[in-house]
Design a binder for this molecule. Structure first.
Ligand SMILES: *Cc1c(COP(=O)(O)O)cnc(C)c1O
Length: 402
């Protein structure tokens, strides 16, 4: 016994059992089912984050990310953290105190953009559209003329509403006419929905790995063009977050490869494998697969008698916002699916709370097995709860389309 022992009783270790999470099918707004090859990559032994072999892995991840974003930006790398970390790295570096950023109000994530702008010391101005609709280029044009912002942000794939922002090249052209930088939230579009960073004139795009890339959260894609990086390098005062300061991260992900913080090695392995899967499939084929699989899901919902919330032209294949039928409690449906079918879908948020189910169709979850399962389980559950749905017609339409 050492002298500083004050009690005779040994500490009681908590009785925590072996890790056995339930075997869920993930068809919500993310995370999606992780591809088995990605899970295997995550059990690969670690190397040091400055090991020459890891430097090579970093280069490969950057190259694969450029392919997936459709960009030649040198500044393309994964931020340590979830999609919100990449989001804050984008906004917190590009927005300087006193800058004005124009953000959308048509979903949950435009609101998060606004919070981050305020914390970065910027002034928030807004461009409105109803939840479930994209921004209208004419409204963006008006807002740019009125507010003359330094930065314009938009959400390409609004996971809270299932609406896809169309006319992106028009929005970016309008912003550039007013000398505003464009920041795009591509968290739920990367690897699942057509996204062309360079061709569409996007200056900064941030994304997440756990939606259409079938990878666990933890290392989140970010890309900036030279124009955006010039603004970051010309800042009068450093970014407020030390951890997410891009000028410091450049020392690690850029030429120097010097220590800033320890990269989440395992998450980088995972992202590398997830992006290799994108490259193997081909990015255009992957976008087409998401359209086809979600198209079969949508056909089933419609045949069942349920509509999708957004108009067809704004439909977001990776997140299907299905209207809750009259007379059923959405939360009870979601609970039943989880308990009885081990199946995860989500409810609506904000202005759409109680009005929609949010059914993801992302990455490895965008396959016939998952789509048939969710249509079947949802139809069955709604019918049992007395909703006016034709579950058989829904099932048949989906199977027909798969
Ligand atoms: C999920 C999501 C985020 C945030 O990502 P986290 O990984 O949850 O931090 C941001 N924007 C959109 C559109 C998202 O769907």
């Amino acid at each position: 016994m050492s002298d500083d022992t004050v009690t005779e009783d040994p500490a009681t270790p908590p009785a925590v059992g072996e890790l056995t999470p339930p075997d869920r099918t993930l068809m919500g707004p993310g995370p999606s089912d992780v591809h088995p090859r990605v899970l295997r990559a995550m059990s690969t032994p670690l190397v040091g984050h400055l090991d020459p072999s890891f430097v090579e892995i970093m280069d490969e991840v950057q190259e694969l990310l450029r392919y997936t974003f459709r960009t030649d930006n040198e500044w393309t790398f994964p931020v340590s953290g979830t999609g919100s970390a990449a989001m804050e790295a984008a906004i917190g570096n590009v927005v300087e105190p006193g800058d004005t950023m124009l953000v959308p109000t048509n979903g949950y994530f435009g609101g998060r953009m606004a919070s981050m702008v305020a914390r970065a010391g910027g002034d928030v101005v807004e461009v409105d559209a109803p939840w479930g609709e994209p921004l209208d280029p004419a409204d963006v044009e008006d807002a740019l003329a009125t507010h003359d912002p330094d930065v314009f942000g938009f959400v390409h794939a609004e996971t809270s509403t299932g609406a896809r922002q169309t006319a992106v090249p028009e929005l970016t052209a309008a912003a550039h006419d007013h000398d505003a930088l464009v920041v795009a939230d591509t968290v739920t579009s990367i690897g699942g929905v057509e996204l062309r960073v360079d061709e569409w004139g996007i200056d900064v795009a941030y994304a997440g790995p756990q939606k259409c890339l079938s990878c666990p959260p933890g290392a989140s894609p970010l890309t900036l063009n030279d124009r955006a990086m010039a603004k970051v390098r010309d800042r009068d005062e450093p970014a407020r977050s030390w951890y997410l300061d891009l000028s410091l991260l450049d020392d690690y992900w850029g030429e120097e490869r010097a220590y800033h913080h320890t990269a989440p090695i395992t998450n980088v392995y995972a992202l590398r494998e997830a992006l290799r899967l994108v490259a193997e499939e081909g990015i255009e084929a992957r976008w087409a697969r998401h359209r086809e699989m979600a198209g079969a899901l949508k056909a089933g919902m419609e045949a069942m008698g349920l509509g999708l919330n957004p108009a067809d032209e704004y439909w977001l294949p990776s997140l299907n916002a299905v209207r809750v039928p009259d007379g059923v409690d959405d939360c009870q449906v979601i609970e039943t699916l989880l308990e009885r079918y081990d199946l995860e879908i989500a409810s609506g948020l904000g202005d759409l709370e109680g009005d929609i189910f949010r059914i993801g169709c992302m990455g490895y979850s965008a396959r016939p097995k998952n789509v048939a399962y969710v249509v079947d389980a949802l139809g069955q559950t709604l019918a049992e709860m007395g909703a006016d749905v034709d579950a058989d017609a829904g099932r048949a339409a989906t199977l027909d389309a798969l």
